[in-house]
Design a protein around this ligand. Structure first.
Ligand SMILES: NC(=O)c1ccc[n+]([C@@H]2O[C@H](COP(=O)([O-])OP(=O)(O)OC[C@H]3O[C@@H](n4cnc5c(N)ncnc54)[C@H](OP(=O)(O)O)[C@@H]3O)[C@@H](O)[C@H]2O)c1
Length: 365
């Protein structure tokens, strides 16, 4: 296969985030890059802006330029736009998409919403053997892509790297930094260090005026909002499960974590393949609408010690009589039952290739 001409193509270059990515790229030296998008007019305007002196000088991507030796301080005024290839592509057009992805070593995907568009882009990148980076934060969708394309990407020797934006670069790079520091700190003593746990606290610092939704005080662009709405819509399939004619949601007990510890232990000590274990519970639909919002409200209000004191003092009042200091009667205890139904899926024979679909299901109660 011929080596692509370009290092990077930014797809979705005309979007709110895409434009910012292009701004940063236009300050980079020695990189060959191009832009791609579905609207010819918007791409043309972007190219004109790139050529336009004042628009780009203050992009602010690399404020502390001494820390980024690959970037120069020179204004981008008069950037030679004839050297910026432009690809007009709708991601729903498979052939055009494949042609675009094959132009570069790396495709930066800024198209949104990711849940709708990223799968076909990942597919095209694997086909054209182009590394892929995006800024998605939709974890369930990312996990779906991982399950579906991990093997194909490995076979094609292609890196598929989602979530390279606010999610999850600051946290991941902080962890890498700590890990490195830990080793460096001990190297002088000739001890090889291993970082064990990290607690990460994220604080968003909004200006006070952001709390008042006057026009002009917007915090987040529509593209992110639209992606969030799709995440909420997909919760129907991901958060809630339909099984046996009922609606189930994740069980809030410790069982999952405890089982994960055991699985890790068995993997480490007996080389047993860990099993993925999920636990769900259910209750009548009407109660969902009462209990779940109440649980969230109590969760927040328990921040105040006085509220948790009230919860302890008046359990009947705050639980509509379901909890009391006296506890259930013997008759009630006899009447209450519980059941755990486990559905296991796996392979009927010993397999080495775990990307092969499972072919055996066992159920126990
Ligand atoms: N993780 C993070 O830190 C982070 C931060 C910001 C945004 N994001 C995510 O980034 C994504 C984009 O957000 P945004 O605010 O930049 O949205 P946006 O301004 O609406 O941009 C979306 C881009 O996708 C393009 N697009 C949509 N459908 C297309 C299609 N069928 N073919 C080709 N291009 C298509 C749009 O093209 P047109 O210009 O022609 O409409 C536009 O360039 C969202 O999923 C958002 O959640 C993540």
């Amino acid at each position: 296969m011929e080596r692509p001409e370009l290092d990077i193509v930014v797809l979705g270059a005309t979007g709110f985030t895409g434009v910012k990515v292009v701004k940063c790229l236009s300050e980079a030296v020695g990189l060959r890059w191009g832009i791609a998008g579905r609207s010819k007019d918007k791409l043309g305007k972007l190219i004109m802006d790139l050529h336009n002196t004042g628009n780009w000088v203050n992009s602010g991507c690399f404020k502390n330029k001494s820390r980024y030796p690959h970037y120069i301080n020179a204004p981008i005024a008069g950037l030679d736009v004839s050297k910026v290839p432009v690809f007009n592509v709708d991601v729903n057009n498979k052939d055009a998409l494949r042609k675009t992805t094959s132009q570069a070593k790396i495709l930066m995907n800024c198209v949104g919403p990711s849940t709708i568009f990223s799968e076909q882009i990942v597919e095209a990148c694997i086909e054209s053997k182009t590394h892929y980076v995006d800024i998605s934060a939709e974890i369930n969708h990312i996990l779906d892509l991982y399950r579906k394309y991990q093997r194909a990407a490995e076979d094609a020797n292609v890196l598929i790297i989602p979530s390279c934006g606010f999610a999850s670069v600051p946290a991941a790079s902080g962890l890498l930094y700590l890990d490195g520091q830990f080793e460096v700190g001990l190297r002088s003593l000739n001890i090889s260090g291993t970082l064990n746990t990290v607690e990460c606290y994220v604080e968003l610092d909004f200006p006070k005026r952001a709390y008042f939704p006057w026009p002009g005080n917007c915090l987040v662009h529509y593209g992110t909002w639209e992606s969030l709405v799709y995440v909420l819509r997909n919760m129907k399939e991901k958060f809630f499960h339909r099984n046996n004619g009922k609606l189930w949601y994740p069980y809030p007990g410790p069982d999952e974590d405890v089982i994960e510890f055991s699985e890790r232990y068995l993997h480490k000590n007996q080389n047993k393949r860990p099993v993925s274990f999920k636990l769900y519970t259910t209750m009548p639909l009407l109660i969902h609408f009462i209990i779940i919002p109440l649980m969230f409200m109590y969760y927040y209000l328990c921040y105040f010690k006085c509220f948790s004191k009230l919860l302890r003092k008046y359990p009947r009042f705050f639980t509509a009589g379901y909890m009391s200091h006296k506890g259930p009667s013997e008759k009630m205890m006899q009447a209450v039952t519980y059941s755990f139904t486990l559905i296991g899926k796996g392979w009927s024979s010993n397999v080495e290739d775990f990307s092969v679909p499972t072919n055996k299901t066992l159920k126990c109660k």
